[in-house]
Ligand binder design. Structure first.
Ligand code: THU
Length: 139
C-alpha cells in the first residue's frame, strides 16, 4: 500500500466557494411537493466543483435528493473522489444530508472528505460512523 500523503488543508475561501455553489444549485431545485429546495456542492480531490439540487416527483417516493444529482454530475465529469461537501436548504442555511445520502457520500468519499455540518466541519466517519461500504462486499 503506498503511504498516503497528508491532505492539502481546505481554506475559508474553499468553504465559501462551496457555500455559494450549493446556494446557486438550490435555485434549480424542482420541489413543488415539499416546497423545500435543497442545494449541494462538493470539491473533488482533483479540484473540480460539482453540485446538485433536489428533483421531486408526483410519485413522492421517487424523489432525488440534491446529493443524488451531485453524484450524477461527479460521474458525468469523469468520476473521482470527494474532498469537501456542503449542503444548504432554501434559506441558504447548512443542511445535514439525510441518512440515505450519507451512505451515498460515503461510497464516493476520498480518505480526507470533510463535510460542513450544523455543528462545524466533520469527517465522513463522524457523520456516518462504522459505515457499511464496498469493503464489506469483499469479505
Ligand atoms: N432532501 C435533499 O435533497 N437532501 C437531503 O439530504 C435531505 C432532503 C430533499 C428531498 C425532498 O425533496 C426535500 O428535501 C424534503 O424532504
Amino acid at each position: 500500500m503506498p503511504e498516503q500523503l497528508p491532505a492539502t488543508p481546505l481554506s475559508d475561501a474553499d468553504w465559501e466557494r462551496l457555500r455559494s455553489a450549493a446556494t446557486e444549485a438550490m435555485t434549480h431545485a424542482y420541489a413543488p411537493y415539499s416546497k423545500y429546495p435543497v442545494g449541494a456542492a462538493a470539491l473533488t480531490e482533483d479540484g473540480r466543483l460539482v453540485s446538485g439540487c433536489n428533483v421531486e416527483n408526483a410519485a413522492y417516493g421517487v424523489v432525488l435528493c440534491a446529493e443524488c444529482t451531485l453524484i450524477g454530475e461527479l460521474h458525468m465529469g469523469g468520476g473521482g473522489r470527494l474532498r469537501a461537501f456542503y449542503c444548504v436548504d432554501g434559506s441558504g442555511n447548512i443542511l445535514m444530508p439525510c441518512g440515505r445520502c450519507r451512505q451515498l457520500l460515503h461510497e464516493h468519499r476520498g480518505p480526507d472528505l470533510e463535510l460542513m455540518t450544523t455543528s462545524g466541519i466533520k469527517t465522513m466517519e463522524q457523520v456516518l460512523p462504522d459505515a457499511f461500504g464496498p469493503d464489506n462486499l469483499l469479505r
